[in-house]
Write a protein that binds this ligand. Structure first.
Ligand code: OOB
Length: 554
């Protein structure tokens, strides 16, 4: 094998200080491994086993570890022949397909840096990711869920001077087909520094434009490996990715990477519906999957009448947003599997309930940190630690938590402390066991005429009402109060009639809630808008309500 030239480092990335590099390596969290090499060793170990299953229920495509490794090599050679070089950024905008897995690893093998967009992102987000990362290529499907990505790609490309290639999985239209990449020599694996940035994830944050999160080979490899161990994944497991696999949760918590790391099989669901999910669980004997709470609700509701065989399922991970305790309690009995709550963030820190935690912790908390060297501080508005058990903002630092957003020097000065703690913006309290209970977001407090109303607290109380399925509480501009408290709800499927605002208020008073905490307005909707990964999207909801109000006044 000929030696490859050294890979240039990315600009705009905050490195871990040397003392932490030494500490995390000495503790064995960080190994000298890169994600592109890891696939090679997994293929050497599990060659003939099925690595990935994708495609429609009934007619899935399957790739063994050895086949995946070969396809990745061919695609990497084609990408190199196109001129995609080490450290080049490439926006990958693919749904849960074999191509996603192949392109991801092929880019890693070229030492190029994938920017993992979610299928639901559209022009504004993609144009932002392309411009910020100065991407040289953009990879899309032809269609997904009724949307044609090729005109979007053409629009983005027309406005992006750095973008040299649009690559399409499927029918390329005016662009280049992934299947028609030029053939190239199977080049050596580039000599990548395990501490280099492997990929850029998209932040789930709700303020401003989404940010890009650099994750290094060794921190992300640890993230996936330690998560797999915690979930006791083995080669006998079948992991179903229902959530978009470009998201950190199904990608590496333990997700696709954690499952491949132990020789398990990964099944990619084309859409997240319980109908497709149950079909795949039965057909592929799925053992583990991960959902966000609104989807978990749909699964639990559908399981009441759907008789397909789910007996293989041993663990349902739920995370991404607060899982209410009542729904948490239904998961085990209805789906016949264990529940794990996951409180994580693309920035790094992962909290998991453990498989042998007592029920009250599994149902009532969002887990505790994955790694013994995850440092968590719960602080007040001045940055001082709150008393044990009190609510405060979570700050964190550790072996897989990034030290700065990509190319965001100014923002990083407020998002991080001088000593490298990430200010999560999440309000939590920590139990003596170390488990965290998420109590909302720092900014999700409504100022109602000078009184502070915690949206999360009110949501939790409202969810106890049997007529309500989903609840989002928002502050809306109000002439007298400054902000009025608005509860937007969907109704339970059991046919209960919509409660009136007055009735909800007396229900809340009955639960001991102060008058000022009670909603001023109630909006009943059929559905609530969701983000790219399926969490309730309060920003979009506020925009919808404001638009409806403006229309109403016209
Ligand atoms: C996951 O990652 P992101 O980056 O999409 O969103 C992170 C934010 C957290 O800061 C928190 O505000 C919220 O989402 N969140 C939760 C939660 N899990 C995430 N809030 C309450 N309860 C939970 N269980 O969402 C993510 C990444 C990896 C694994 C799981 C989720």
């Amino acid at each position: 094998m000929s030696a490859s030239p050294p890979v240039p480092a990315l600009d705009g990335v905050t490195a871990y200080p040397d003392e932490f590099v030494d500490r995390y390596r000495a503790a064995g969290y960080w190994r000298d491994e890169t994600l592109g090499q890891l696939l090679r060793s997994w293929a050497a170990r599990s060659g003939d086993s099925t690595a990935v299953v994708a495609g429609p229920v009934g007619a899935p495509q399957r790739l063994s570890y050895a086949e995946l490794d070969r396809r990745v090599d061919t695609t990497a050679a084609g990408l190199r022949a196109l001129g995609i070089a080490a450290a080049d950024r490439v926006v990958v905008h693919l749904p849960n397909t074999l191509e996603f897995v192949v392109v991801l690893f092929a880019l890693l093998r070229c030492a190029a840096v994938p920017v993992l967009a979610l299928p639901a992102h559209r022009r504004a987000e993609i144009a932002h990711f392309v411009a910020l990362s100065e991407a040289v290529a953009y990879v899309v499907p032809d269609h997904h869920e009724g949307f044609d990505y090729r005109p979007l790609a053409a629009e983005v490309a027309a406005a992006a001077p750095t973008l040299r290639h649009v690559l399409v999985a499927g029918d390329p239209g005016p662009h280049t087909a992934l299947a028609d990449l030029p053939a190239g020599p199977p080049g050596p694996l580039p000599d990548v520094d395990p501490g280099a940035v492997a990929l850029l994830l998209i932040s789930g944050g709700t303020t401003g434009k989404p940010k890009l999160i650099p994750r290094t080979h060794r921190d992300y490899a640890y993230n996936a490996r330690a998560s797999a161990e915690l979930c006791r994944l083995s080669a006998d497991d079948v992991y179903l990715a229902c959530l978009p696999v470009a998201h950190n949760f199904p990608l590496a918590c333990p997700g696709l990477l954690g499952a491949l790391g132990v020789g398990a099989t990964v099944v990619l669901a084309p859409t997240p519906s319980p109908d497709v999910g149950f079909g795949l669980v039965e057909q592929e004997r799925v053992t583990v999957t991960a959902l966000v709470p609104p989807m978990a609700r749909m699964w639990v509701d559908a399981a009441d009448w759907d008789t397909r065989d789910r007996s293989s399922l041993r663990l349902l991970q739920v995370g991404g947003a607060k899982l209410d305790a009542q729904l948490a309690r239904r998961v085990g009995p209805v789906l016949g599997c264990g529940l794990q709550q996951v409180y994580g963030m693309a920035e790094g820190l992962l909290n998991y309930t453990r498989l042998d935690d007592p029920d009250d912790l599994v149902v009532g908390t969002q887990g505790r940190p994955l790694c013994p060297d995850d440092e968590v501080r719960v602080v007040d508005g001045t940055g001082a630690p709150v008393p044990p058990g009190a609510v405060g903002e979570l700050w964190t630092r550790g072996p897989y938590t990034m030290r700065g957003y990509y190319r965001a020097a100014t923002y990083n000065r407020t998002a991080f402390t001088a000593d490298g703690f990430y200010r999560t913006g999440d309000l939590v309290r920590q139990l003596p066991t170390g488990h965290l209970v998420v109590e909302g977001r720092v900014k999700d407090v409504i100022n109602r005429g000078g009184e502070n109303v915690s949206a999360a607290t009110l949501e939790e109380h409202l969810l106890a009402h049997r007529a309500l399925a989903q609840v989002a509480v928002l502050g809306l501009p109000d002439e007298t109060l400054g902000e009025a408290v608005c509860a937007v709800v969907t109704l339970s499927p059991d046919g209960a009639s919509a409660p009136k605002l007055k009735e909800l208020r007396s229900f809340l008073a009955g639960r001991g809630l102060a008058r000022f905490m009670c909603p001023d307005r109630l909006v009943v909707r059929d559905t609530l808008p969701v983000t790219g990964v399926g969490k309730i999207d309060k920003r979009e909801l506020a925009a919808l309500l404001t638009a409806a109000e403006t229309e109403g006044h016209q």
